[in-house]
Ligand binder design. Structure first.
Ligand SMILES: O=C(O)[C@H](O)[C@@H](O)[C@H](O)[C@H](O)COP(=O)(O)O
Length: 232
C-alpha cells in the first residue's frame, strides 16, 4: 500500500469553504495564465459543487484564456437534469466566468464508447497536466466515475493509461459515464477534493486508514499532495 499525503482543511460552513476554494483556484489559474498564457480546469458534477461554482464564477480572472472541462459526465445531453455540463454552464460559466471556454465530455453518438473516443481527442488537445482538478466523492468512496462496481475499475485506476477519457458502465453510476482517467487527475498541478457532510468525512477517514476505495487510489497516485476541502 502506497503512502498518501493530504492536506485536510476543515471549514465552519459550506459558504466559507466555497469562498476559500474559489480563492485558491483563482490563484492557481492566474499563475498558469502568467506562466503559460492559458489554463485548464476540470471540475466534477453532482450536487456538491453548485455553491463553489457560483462563488468562483464571480471572481476576477482573465477567463477568456481558461478552458473548463469535466472530470466526468453522464451519457446524457444538456437537456437532461443529470448533465454535468448543464450544471457547470448554469452555475460556473456565468457572470465573469461566462468568458471561459467549455470543453465538455458528452458527444451525441450512438454509444458511450464512441463519445469517449471523441472526448479523448478533446482532452488530449487540452494537454496535460491540467492546472486545476476538483474532485468530488460519493458515499461509496468513488470519485470521478471510478465506481466500485465498474467492471473496468482496475483500468480506470491504473496510473498509466493510453486514453485520457474512458467510457464507464457501472450499475451504481446510473447512466453510462464518461470519465477522465487516472493520469489526467493524478498529474494536476492543483488537485482538490471537495466533500461535505459527516458521512463523507468518515469515508475519507476510512480511505486514509487504508480501505481499498477508488478515492484512495487517486490519493496514492497523486503527484502532489491532495488538498481536501471539507465542511459539515
Ligand atoms: O458525475 C458525478 O456524479 C460526479 O462527478 C461524481 O464523481 C461526484 O463527484 C460524486 O458522485 C459526488 O456527488 P455528490 O456531490 O452529488 O455527492
Amino acid at each position: 500500500m502506497r503512502e498518501v499525503e493530504v492536506a485536510l482543511r476543515e471549514f465552519p460552513s459550506r459558504q466559507v469553504l466555497a469562498e476559500t476554494l474559489a480563492e485558491k483556484v483563482v490563484s492557481v489559474l492566474a499563475e498558469a495564465l502568467s506562466a503559460r498564457g492559458k489554463a485548464v480546469m476540470a471540475v466534477s458534477g453532482g450536487t456538491t459543487p453548485a455553491l463553489f461554482f457560483r462563488t468562483l464564477s464571480d471572481r476576477d480572472l482573465d477567463w477568456s484564456r481558461v478552458t473548463v472541462t469535466l472530470v466526468d459526465e453522464r451519457f446524457v445531453d444538456e437537456a437532461s437534469p443529470r448533465s454535468n455540463a448543464r450544471l457547470a454552464k448554469e452555475n460556473l460559466l456565468r457572470g465573469r466566468a461566462a468568458a471561459a471556454r467549455f470543453a465538455g465530455l458528452y458527444r451525441d453518438t450512438a454509444d458511450v464508447e464512441a463519445a469517449a473516443e471523441l472526448a479523448d481527442e478533446t482532452a488530449r488537445a487540452l494537454g496535460l497536466p491540467f492546472d486545476v482538478v476538483v474532485l468530488g466523492m460519493g458515499g461509496d468512496g468513488h470519485t470521478a466515475s471510478f465506481f466500485p462496481d465498474a467492471p473496468t475499475l482496475a483500468d480506470l485506476l491504473a496510473p498509466v493509461n493510453q486514453t485520457l477519457v474512458a467510457p464507464v458502465h457501472a450499475p451504481s453510476g446510473g447512466e453510462p459515464r464518461l470519465t477522465l482517467t487516472m493520469p489526467a487527475l493524478a498529474g494536476a498541478r492543483f488537485l482538490a477534493l471537495h466533500i461535505e457532510g459527516e458521512a463523507k468525512r468518515a469515508v475519507l477517514a476510512s480511505a486514509l486508514k487504508g480501505e481499498d476505495l477508488p478515492i484512495r487510489a487517486v490519493l496514492e497516485h497523486a503527484e502532489r499532495p491532495v488538498e481536501v476541502f471539507w465542511a459539515p
